[in-house]
Design a protein around this ligand. Sequence first.
Ligand SMILES: NC(=O)c1ccc[n+]([C@@H]2O[C@H](COP(=O)([O-])OP(=O)(O)OC[C@H]3O[C@@H](n4cnc5c(N)ncnc54)[C@H](O)[C@@H]3O)[C@@H](O)[C@H]2O)c1
Ligand SMILES: [Zn+2]
Length: 345
Amino acid sequence: MRALIKHHAGEGLAFDADRARPEPGPRDVLIRVRRAGICGTDRHIWQWDEWAAGRIPVGIVTGHEFVGTIERVGSAVTRWKPGLRVSAEGHVTAGVDYNSRTGNAHIASDTRIIGIDRDGCFADYVVVPEENVWPVHKDIPDRVAAVFDPLGNAVHTVMEAGVSAKTVLISGVGIIGLMAVTVARAAGASRIFCTDVNPPRLELAKKLGAVEAFDARDNGWISEVRRACRGEGVDVLLEMSGADAAFDQGFRALRNGGTAALLGLPAKAVTFNFNEHIIFKGCKVLGINGRKMWETWYQMEELVLSGRLELDDVLTHEFPIEDYRKAFDTFLSGEGIKVELTIND
Ligand SMILES: NC(=O)c1ccc[n+]([C@@H]2O[C@H](COP(=O)([O-])OP(=O)(O)OC[C@H]3O[C@@H](n4cnc5c(N)ncnc54)[C@H](O)[C@@H]3O)[C@@H](O)[C@H]2O)c1
Ligand SMILES: [Zn+2]
């Protein structure tokens, strides 16, 4: 089969036209991939930064966001049949630790992720455990189903924080932040403020429903946002940049007693004023990891089917898997926001 492989400990990926097709175990399904999304995580893997070098096994098939069709099921699988159009939760767990057994499998201690710890979906075929399969509703197009993974990150963050009738600051309107703008709007946020350091993304955030979008490099926005929110600050902060400065800025813009949901991953430990930003503020801080299985998926399906999410401007490009270099160039240069690979489209 065709596959994009992390072929050596260094920059780039390699196209292998002749990779062996994976074999499903008794409780796995073999999925023929139709489309897959390129994610910020794949940027780390392409560029081979410190995180990637410490985590990614060389030789792995990359990619973790996809939609496809079940080709074959393992001998013990009874719940799915070949021919079903599916996406999948990429976090694989054995299902036996405390969190897996108490409804919090998204924070299981033994999580292994497809395209990171085991073979992924930038290939003709991918294998996942039957538990991880999500059947895609017939009214949801492939190009949306292919990005359930990051859209689920946005939905999980917004729903955990609770935004209905609340003022919301989204710091970082990259792929997930932009998705969060449209999700928060659909979920009833009263006013959405955004920050980024990329002016075209700020414009897009406004188009998707933000009332104001600020360049984070000029600190003046913090008092402007506070002023606009009874002089006290926003009710909810959704941190989606992972930028060092964004944590301090975001908490300054948050009102006392507000809620901060943190999704963005700083590259290294950040200095942070706990007294001022959390303790005296009496705010609630939520760590956001992945997507809830399966609450987030049901919420996401409902939101997509409601027709209230605007995703067209975020899903900017698609290329056949053979043109993966062009696809990654478009993504890495920032020209593309969400770039998809068509595989068996
Ligand atoms: N917690 C999780 O489960 C999880 C899952 C996926 C991604 N992530 C993390 O979430 C973050 C967002 O992911 P993404 O795919 O949207 O990445 P992205 O790179 O598309 O978006 C990040 C955005 O932050 C902006 N930014 C940079 N500096 C900023 C600053 N000082 N203030 C405000 N914005 C700033 C960038 O211009 C960019 O638009 C990343 O840190 C990623 O690693 C976390
Ligand atoms: Zn992803």
